[in-house]
Design a protein around this ligand. Sequence first.
Ligand SMILES: Cc1cc2nc3c(=O)[nH]c(=O)nc-3n(C[C@H](O)[C@H](O)[C@H](O)COP(=O)(O)OP(=O)(O)OC[C@H]3O[C@@H](n4cnc5c(N)ncnc54)[C@H](O)[C@@H]3O)c2cc1C
Length: 351
Amino acid sequence: MKESYTKFVIIGAGLSGLTIGHQLFQSGQKDFVVLEARDRIGGRIMTKDGIDLGATWFQSHHHEVSKMLEDLKLEKFHQYNKGRSVLVYSTMAPEHYFENDPSAPSAYRIVGNSMAMINTLAKPFKDRIHLGHLVTDVHEDNDTISVITNEHLFKAEKVIVAAPPRIALKIRFMPELPAELISAMETTHTWMSNAIKVGLTFEKPFWRAKNLSGMVIGQVGAVTELYDHSNAEDNRYALMGFVNEGLRDFSKKDRKDRILNYLAKYLGEEVLIYKAYVEKDWSQDSNTCGDTIKSIYMSPSYGNKLFVDSYMNDRLLFSGAETSALYGGYMDGAIHSGLLTANKLVIKKAN
Ligand SMILES: Cc1cc2nc3c(=O)[nH]c(=O)nc-3n(C[C@H](O)[C@H](O)[C@H](O)COP(=O)(O)OP(=O)(O)OC[C@H]3O[C@@H](n4cnc5c(N)ncnc54)[C@H](O)[C@@H]3O)c2cc1C
């Protein structure tokens, strides 16, 4: 097994871990690595065929996302919502159509998709990110802390766990973490880890021609929420939304048939003439979802104070959307916690 020393080891190349890496790099602290279990960066941010299969939207009160986009010189744009939207509230009653209030601010999306933020953030320190490095063990030694992956032993001054708390429990910590921390990790739901997303791309935005916004909402059908997901330049057209979790255990073909038939009913048969069809069930992804799938529709409370403390003689810290008291679970929380953690590392360095 290869062995090396680096001052800081960040576990997880999601938005939070990359925010820490970016802050360290910008402050001139370049002695760090980011270890990522997957063969890609971004964690719960992932774009395929122009479809955001993970995080997509942010609101005007999500200041950390806005500020990060500004710093990275990326643009935002409004979620398309012109025209009539469909509300399906019963299988027995006809659908209801409504117009979105044009004066109400719609959510923002990121120009170039959410992965544009991740790729731009990671670019300056790409060579410090090690993909395919699943961390299995973290050991406190006499004057260092060891991080063991499937192929490497990293010795460091400090380790930052930027994986969701429930997922980080799969790591063997020696000595064991305090019981109350383990309990907090076990009970902190990983936001959206149960979600199934679907996206379809099209030659033309056929729904707009019918004065439809592309929004279809309702808990009773195959898709619980659907939105226009065309790009900011308005030359690639798509629909994207959340699949009813009741379809999780159907075969891929059955689920797809039901989704297409459902959408054809409310948007028209043109939906069947798609260019690309993509879906992702996050509950099947072991780097996001634990063994038990927990469906949570209201944002649970996040930011347990135990995640702000450090452990193993101040050598082990936590970061990530679920550790954030501010907008926990969201991209904004992931950045917020990353900034707080990076501050601790950089300030300690200055002393
Ligand atoms: C379907 C879906 C829709 C969402 N929609 C929105 C939205 O519209 N707006 C919004 O603000 N937020 C949304 N979110 C939430 C948003 O994606 C998260 O808040 C944010 O991306 C979390 O970033 P993170 O860095 O904290 O964690 P993650 O993105 O989960 O990153 C953690 C990283 O750690 C890695 N890792 C885990 N264990 C190990 C290990 N042992 N060794 C090495 N690496 C490991 C993982 O592979 C992952 O890359 C959505 C999430 C999902 C899944």
